[in-house]
Design a protein around this ligand. Structure first.
Ligand code: AMP
Ligand code: ZN
Length: 410
């Protein structure tokens, strides 16, 4: 039978007449890191494949890892309605059919929004949408839950990858007749991400992350939104926490929260998918027929965040639930221990007016350097801060997130 593999796109021939799990085992693929698709259907590990079948194995996690074995012999059944299951969630030792799975995802998001008091129906919500599975799934769930959220797409100028993600995001917005705010980094700020990577002193991923945080906040404020929502999922948050912990970046650990309240000059930021894994958001997007960018960012090679995800996946393969225990356990029991680590004093950047700890904000300094312009000289303590941010890539610089804050909700 034929198997289509992605990233890079290729086809292999393997023996059919056996279970999905056995085929994945032969290919050395961890079942928790992929969607297995036959025609327009999702398959679970226990489904049988025919010699005539053609399947697609689509990674949900950039840099998907290996190993992972199943046990039971029966075709899986939905926990709620006993119909044949299409998605298995090993950390809950459960499986769902299509409809019950979609309901499960919406319930998890609803629970996060309410439990953490992220926003109410009266708030103006802006979803940062990249064209990937997570943020498109988030936008879809919010609309399904009755929140009239608008989208924000930031054009990063990463060649074919950016043009495709922009097209898919616009198509999603057009299909549902919802508002998409667009910002083009090059058009608005004079540089794109590949140029920033070549000319600036930061790594490409670091300057890309810095630009996103800056533009999200500015767009929310300029267009009068109360809250900005991103598609960060459980895997993202667990990998970030692992990275911050390995370096004992206690101020970054203290700020890692699904809700960062508004402060003067800073919009509220929320991550409603933090209780859902990448496998769940990918399965949701697929089952809802959402066309998303499967390809990875071509500049991501060597990103440390990916290595942390791989490490977490290896632990998860033998101990399902590790990621959730690590991150959700941190929120419940770890976060209180890290509070009040950092009481940064913020004032407006002398160049753009956005809040910062220094005279000029990190974004304006990066921009000046990339474009070969001069701002006045920098304070040395800012450079130390930036170096730490650089090392921790997915990190939240104090300029844009302010002081450590307690988690909303009880
Ligand atoms: P990443 O930084 O690529 O891990 O993405 C994290 C989140 O940031 C995504 O789930 C989106 O909510 C948002 N995001 C990333 N890239 C973009 C983009 N180009 N435009 C708008 N939002 C984005
Ligand atoms: Zn500035």
């Amino acid at each position: 039978m034929k198997v289509r593999l992605r990233n890079p796109d290729r086809e292999v021939e393997v023996a059919g007449g056996r279970k999905v799990l056995d085929v994945l085992g032969e290919l050395g693929i961890n079942p928790d890191t992929v969607l297995v698709i036959r025609e327009r259907e999702l398959l679970t590990r226990e489904d049988r494949l025919d010699v005539e079948d053609a399947i697609e194995i689509r990674p949900v996690i950039s840099g998907g890892s290996r190993d992972g074995r199943g046990s039971s012999d029966n075709r899986m059944k939905c926990r709620r309605c006993k119909a044949p299951a299409v998605v298995e969630i090993r950390r809950h030792n459960t499986a769902f059919c299509r409809d019950c799975f979609l309901r499960h995802v919406r319930e998890q998001v609803k629970r996060a929004i309410e439990h953490d008091r992220m926003f109410g129906h009266e708030d103006r919500i802006l979803v940062a949408v990249s064209g990937g599975k997570d943020s498109l799934a988030l936008w879809d769930v919010l609309l399904e839950l009755g929140y009239p959220a608008d989208g924000l797409y930031l054009g990063l100028g990463i060649g074919e990858y950016s043009s495709r993600s922009g097209d898919l995001t616009r198509a999603f917005a057009a299909e549902r007749a919802v508002t998409l705010v667009e910002v083009d980094l090059e058009g608005e700020y004079g540089f794109d991400v590949p140029t920033a990577g070549r000319k600036g002193s930061r790594s490409t991923c670091a300057v890309c992350g810095l630009s996103k945080r800056y533009v999200f906040n500015r767009a929310a404020r300029d267009h009068g939104y109360d809250v900005i929502a991103t598609g960060h999922n459980l895997d993202d948050e667990a990998a970030t926490l692992l990275g911050n912990t390995l370096r004992w970046q206690t101020d970054y650990i203290a700020r890692q929260s699904p809700v960062l309240p508004e402060e003067p000059g800073l919009a509220r930021k929320v991550k409603p998918l933090y209780r859902l894994s990448e496998l769940e958001t990918a399965a949701y997007a697929f089952l809802r027929g959402i066309d998303y960018v499967v390809e990875e960012c071509p500049l991501v090679a060597g990103n440390t965040q990916l290595r942390y995800k791989e490490a977490m996946n290896q632990l998860e393969a033998t101990s399902p639930g590790t990621k959730a225990q690590f991150f959700l356990g941190y929120l419940d029991r770890g976060a209180p221990l890290f509070r009040a680590e950092d009481a940064a004093v913020l004032h407006p950047c002398a160049n753009c007016g956005q809040p910062t700890t220094g005279r000029f904000c990190a974004f304006c300094r990066a921009q000046a350097q990339i474009l070969g312009r001069r701002l006045e000289e920098q304070a040395p303590q800012d450079e130390d801060r930036e170096l730490a941010a650089e090392l921790s890539e997915e990190v939240l610089p104090a300029e844009l997130y302010g002081a450590a804050v307690p988690r909303g909700g009880a």
